[in-house]
Design a protein around this ligand. Structure first.
Ligand code: SF4
Length: 79
């Protein structure tokens, strides 16, 4: 399981998450940040500091937010 950055991050990109991630698995995409689901250790530090509450645990995603996990997987697959 992993944490996932959802749509409130779009065009916000506050970046607090980048500074707290202990495994450096958050990267900047063109319109939002993404968490690499293969590296995330589920610590929750990013969720605690996100000012727009954009970060959810994978198992808490709504059906509409599943696309955000797919976008993250596609982003890192193309790195
Ligand atoms: Fe990084 Fe922890 Fe957030 Fe995963 S849950 S992205 S390891 S800060």
């Amino acid at each position: 399981m992993a944490f996932v950055i959802t749509s409130p991050c779009k065009d916000e990109k506050a970046a607090e998450c980048l500074t707290v991630c202990p495994v450096d698995c958050i990267a900047e995409g063109p319109d939002q940040f993404f968490i690499d689901p293969d590296i995330c250790i589920d610590c929750g530090a990013c969720k605690a500091v996100c000012p727009v509450d954009a970060i959810e645990e994978e198992y808490d995603l709504t059906p509409e937010q599943e696309v955000d996990l797919e976008r993250a997987e596609a982003f890192f697959a193309n790195q």
